[in-house]
Every structure is written in C-alpha cells, then in structure tokens.
Ligand binder design. Structure first.
Ligand SMILES: Cc1cc2nc3c(=O)[nH]c(=O)nc-3n(C[C@H](O)[C@H](O)[C@H](O)COP(=O)(O)OP(=O)(O)OC[C@H]3O[C@@H](n4cnc5c(N)ncnc54)[C@H](O)[C@@H]3O)c2cc1C
Length: 388
C-alpha cells in the first residue's frame, strides 16, 4: 500500500525513527503535544530525553562529546519530531546549528559546552536576525568592541529560538568596519553568556510554532570573554556559511514531517468520516487533492534525499539544499491546505493537530531563509544575473 513512509531506508535509520517515536510517545503523546503548543511552552523533559538518547548530538564527533551519525540521521530525527510537535523540531534544527559552531575547530573556550548541549542539559541558541536585518542579514546593527580582554556588545536580536532557556547565544555582530563596501567583512560570531545584567531576554508570542520559545534578546553592554570569539575576527559569516546547506536540508525535514503528519491525518479522517451514507474518502473530490498531495510529498522527499546524499558524499550541495527547502515547504503548504479542507470543521478544532500543522507550515516558507531569496540564489546558480 502507498504510504507517506520513507522507502528504501537503511534498517538503522528506520530503527532511529522508532527510537524517536518511542521517546515522544512516552514524554509528549499527541494530546500533550497539542497542549504544549497551546500553552507555548518548551518541553524540557522531552528535550532532555532526546538528549540522553543521543539525538541532540547527531553530527558532532563522539570524541568531542557528540553522538556521531550522519546528516541523513539528523534529517530523519527532525522529521519524526516535526510530525509530533513542529515547534520542537525548529529547536532541534537551531540547536544543530549551535552545535556546528561548538564543533568548529576555532570555537575556543565555549566548546567545553558541547557535551552538555548534546545531552540537553545546556542550551545554546543562535542569534543572527535583528529587527532591521532578516533576509538582508548584512544590514545588522549589533556591535561588539574588544576592551580589556572582553567583548562589549550593544544591539538587539529578534526571533531567537530558545534564548530564554539558553546559557549562551551565538551572536553575529559587527566588530570591524566593512571594507571595500563589502558588508560581509568585519562581522564576527561571539558566544555571549546570558546570565548577566547586560543581556535581557523576552518571549515573543506567535500564531505559529508557538512552543519553539521565540525570543528577543537585548544586548546593553553585554560582555563576553575575548576567547568566546568563534573562528577568526571579522570572518563570522564564513563559519555560518559552512553550515548553510545542512540548515536548509534540516528545514526541509521539518516541512516533510508536517506534510506527512497532515496527509496521514487527512487520509485516516477520509476513511472514518461519513457523508451521504459512505466515507468521504470514496468521493473523487476528496480523493484527488489527497492523491496530488501524496505524489508531491514523495517528489519533495526525493529532492531532500538527493541533497542529503550530496552533502554526505562531500559534493557541492548548497543549491540542492536550497531547492529541497523551497520545494518541501511549498509542497507542505499545499498539502496542509488540502488536508485541512478534507477535514471540514474538524480541521479547525483545537483537539485536532491539523490546525497546528496549518499554522506551523507558514514558518517554513520564510525561515531560516525565505523562499523568495532561495529563488534568487537558484536563478543566479542557473546563470542569471544577481537580482538583489
Ligand atoms: C519561529 C521563528 C524562529 C526563528 N528562529 C531564529 C533563530 O533562532 N535565530 C535567528 O537568527 N533567526 C530566527 N528566526 C528569524 C528567521 O530566520 C527570519 O524570519 C528570516 O530570516 C526572514 O527574515 P524576516 O522575517 O525579517 O523577513 P524579511 O527579511 O523582512 O522579508 C519579508 C519579505 O520580503 C521578501 N524579501 C526580502 N528581500 C528580498 C529579496 N532580495 N528578493 C526577494 N524577496 C525578498 C522575503 O522573501 C519576505 O517574503 C526565526 C523566526 C521565527 C518566526
């Protein structure tokens, strides 16, 4: 029978998915996940259970305190988490990015945090976006100055996931002027401890991804030891750009998880719900949109799998990862819309996960990078002039 399950997956990967589902069933069963979303809270218990099972340290070397594993493993874990609670999958992806900074050979003093982040005991978040700098990240205004062996930071970061739970935020700040008009130069990544008067964190409440712990971070003479600089001064973007393909493919995995969960829910509803003396799933008007969704879902998964293979085989994957993120998120937006229609009023009911998938699928269209910007980059990769 045709299902949304991945096909031809290695046995160890399927076993990994089973482990994730077991943890979620124990600590965050479906109704609990919906309640967590409704309250907008971060499920620390589930997080730590994922960490203790080695699922937060995937991709980081065991010798450094991570759990090893491949990008494909991390993608499978993210997809499974997103099926239950997409907000938590956002945190999984962003922690993965923080983990990449911690495993960077130039991470310096902060790397000692890695084993605790990998087990979920400590949280590190990742602060790039600002009120005036989203897609146009290089417009950021946060400044850092080195004085008497300490960085002093002033500025504001916004939409930062889990900053209210984090011990450090990796902040991208301008440390040096842009030279030759190149704004990417002179930006540095600094691990800023949150437990100090110069750092104020406030929660932001959103209509989607409500349990991801989205925050604003105010830096008013926040300090960090000089050695908390990650990588070379003025070259912070270089470290980030090394991880962009992985971040985009992980974002695509969130979309796959949401799309899969929404389609599965609609299919089972179409079996159960009756109208005019028969299940609504017997009506072509209900069947065809779900069939389109099934076909498009598998096409999106194939592109994600291709990108994962390219990354794992060390090929240039940035364009493919971008296309995977674009296709998976646009596909999922359509799947969720069609699935919700198939459920009528029940799709809007708070007791149904469909309304959560519908809201959460929105984030995937613009984060961590907007689909419009991906289209710009893909067009440029295809030989057209840069349009922005
Ligand atoms: C739940 C959530 C969690 C997040 N977590 C984090 C986090 O942990 N850390 C972090 O740093 N950030 C985080 N973000 C921020 C996220 O990365 C940004 O929302 C994203 O980069 C887009 O920026 P923006 O929202 O400011 O949109 P804008 O940049 O204001 O874009 C608005 C619109 O203009 C379009 N646009 C802009 N420029 C162009 C162009 N040149 N060509 C075509 N179209 C263009 C965009 O595509 C978009 O449609 C999070 C956001 C949310 C909602």
């Amino acid at each position: 029978m045709l299902t949304t399950q991945p096909s031809r997956e290695p046995a160890e990967r399927s076993a990994l998915r089973t482990v994730v589902r077991g943890i979620l069933d124990r600590h965050l069963p479906g109704p609990e996940a919906l309640e967590t979303d409704r309250r907008g809270t971060f499920s620390r218990v589930t997080w730590e259970a994922l960490g203790q099972a080695g699922l937060l340290g995937i991709g980081a070397d065991e010798a450094l305190g991570g759990s090893g594993g491949t990008v494909g493993d991390a993608v499978a874990v993210t997809e499974e988490v997103a099926r239950r609670l997409p907000s938590l999958a956002v945190d999984h992806v962003l922690t993965g990015m923080a983990m990449r900074m911690l495993t960077s050979p130039d991470c310096g003093a902060t790397s000692s945090l890695l084993p605790r982040v990998a087990t979920g005991e400590a949280i590190a978040s990742y602060g790039l976006s600002e009120p005036g700098a989203g897609t146009d990240l290089l417009a950021l205004r946060t400044r850092a100055e080195l004085r008497d062996g300490q960085w002093h930071l002033h500025g504001q970061k916004t939409w930062i996931s889990l900053a209210h739970e984090a011990e450090v935020v990796f902040v991208l700040a301008r440390t040096d002027p842009a030279t030759d008009g190149r704004r990417a130069r002179g930006l540095s990544l600094i691990a800023v401890p949150t437990d100090q008067p110069g750092v104020q964190v406030t929660r932001v409440h959103l209509a989607g991804m409500r349990a991801a712990g989205t925050c604003e971070v105010f830096l008013d003479d926040a300090v960090a030891p000089a050695e908390n600089l990650v990588g070379e001064r003025g070259k912070g973007l270089r470290i980030l750009s090394q991880a962009l393909d992985v971040e985009r493919v992980m974002a695509a995995a969130i979309s796959l998880g949401i799309g899969r969960a929404a389609l599965d829910l609609a299919l089972s509803y179409a079996h159960e719900r009756e109208a005019f003396g028969a299940p609504i799933g017997a009506l072509q008007a209900v069947q065809h949109p779900l069939a389109d969704s099934m076909a498009e879902f598998h096409a999106a998964r194939a592109l994600v799998d291709l990108s994962v293979r390219r990354i794992e085989e060390g090929e240039d994957a940035i364009a493919h990862a971008g296309m995977a993120k674009l296709v998976a998120s646009e596909t999922t937006a359509r799947i969720v819309d069609r699935s919700m229609r198939a459920m009528g009023a029940m799709g809007l009911a708070e007791e149904s996960a469909m309304q959560m998938y519908f809201r959460d699928a929105r984030l995937q269209l613009f984060s961590p990078i907007s689909n419009e910007m991906i289209r710009n980059l893909v067009a440029e990769d295809a030989g057209l002039p840069r349009s922005y």
